[in-house]
Design a protein around this ligand. Structure first.
Ligand code: SF4
Length: 124
């Protein structure tokens, strides 16, 4: 169950949720399950992105590994793109920015970025 603050945020940030859902579904594996189920998972992940915690925590999963397994099952093409194992919420928003050709990162690449620890590393 999502936190009340997340549910409330959705009312004002539904465009963002819909962009995230579209991103996820564009990378869905049609063999993973019925389309309505994929849509339900995509919406749940997208709405949880509005939370304040790590995405796996706002999805009430046991660990980041569990979230990665969920992503691999439903959205394997996104897992393939996240080959550097960026934190999932960061990765999804970075994908949205790149789609819009908005580059918010301060550094030319992650390897030389001072914010690397924010985007990568342990999520505990
Ligand atoms: S590490 Fe730096 S360059 Fe890479 S995604 Fe994060 S902010 Fe952007």
């Amino acid at each position: 169950m999502l936190a009340p603050a997340v549910v409330a945020r959705r009312r004002t940030r539904d465009d963002e949720v819909q962009d995230l859902v579209a991103l996820l579904l564009d990378h869905a594996d049609p063999g993973a399950g019925p389309p309505p189920e994929a849509a339900r998972v995509a919406e749940t992940v997208a709405v949880a992105c509005l939370g304040d915690n790590h995405l796996w925590q706002d999805l009430q999963l046991a660990s980041r590994a569990e979230l990665s397994a969920l992503m691999r099952h439903w959205f394997p093409a996104l897992v393939d793109k996240n080959y550097h194992d960026m934190k999932w919420k960061r990765f999804l928003y970075k994908q949205l920015c790149e789609r819009e050709e908005i580059f918010i990162c301060k550094a030319p690449s992650c390897a030389v970025c001072a914010d690397q620890r924010v985007c990568f590393g342990p999520e505990t």
